[in-house]
Design a protein around this ligand. Structure first.
Ligand code: CO
Length: 189
């Protein structure tokens, strides 16, 4: 937990739900009013994402079933390219890219997923502006990954049933042994 000195608002690092929590399977609802509660949720998500650390986080991951995501794929210059998006929608996508993904909601597992290489996303900002974000590479992957979260989809759902089954077994073994996940090799999204 930390205090933002400018407005003395208390930011809260929220608990991140992990697979197989049922909230991660739900389709999140559209935000119909960008009010203070939405702004606060976004700020808490940013804090939670940086603390994790991760490059993206979607509201369902902290137990909120609403269509908001945060991303910052440039941790070298933290905050400079921070995105807080409300009701994001992919309006264009092209090309193909294979990316090894990890997710803050999927413990101790990374796998290659095929995504569009470039996407154009329309969304709303906290101050009620409609914006377009164009992303390639990691930003494109992260946008698709986070928007998937809003539709109840995890990167595991893009893998073969065999791979998913192997992961489920690995997870059960980890839980039986009460083992902590080792630090991830990749940026978590
Ligand atoms: Co994720």
């Amino acid at each position: 937990m930390s205090i933002r000195s400018a407005c003395y608002e208390t930011l809260v690092i929220r608990r991140i739900y992990t697979y197989p929590a049922s909230i991660l399977k739900e389709v999140a609802g559209d935000v119909t009013d960008i009010d203070g509660a939405v702004a606060k949720a976004l700020d808490d998500m940013v804090e939670t994402m940086y603390a994790a650390p991760g490059v993206g986080l979607a509201a369902p991951q902290i137990g909120l079933s609403q269509r908001v995501i945060v991303l910052d794929v440039d941790h070298e210059n933290q905050g400079k390219h921070l995105l807080k998006l409300v009701n994001p929608v992919i309006v264009e996508s092209e090309g193909e890219i294979l990316w090894e993904e990890g997710c803050l909601s999927v413990r101790d597992y990374q796998a290659e997923v095929q995504r569009a290489e470039r996407v154009l996303v329309k969304a709303w900002t906290v101050d009620q502006k409609e914006i377009e974000i164009e992303g390639t590479g990691l930003l494109a992957v992260a946008l698709q990954h986070e928007i998937d979260h809003l539709d109840g989809i995890l990167f595991l759902d893009h893998l073969s049933r065999l791979k998913r089954d192997l992961y489920r077994r690995k997870l059960k073994k980890m839980e039986r042994e009460d083992r902590e996940a080792p630090p991830p090799r990749r940026a978590m999204i």
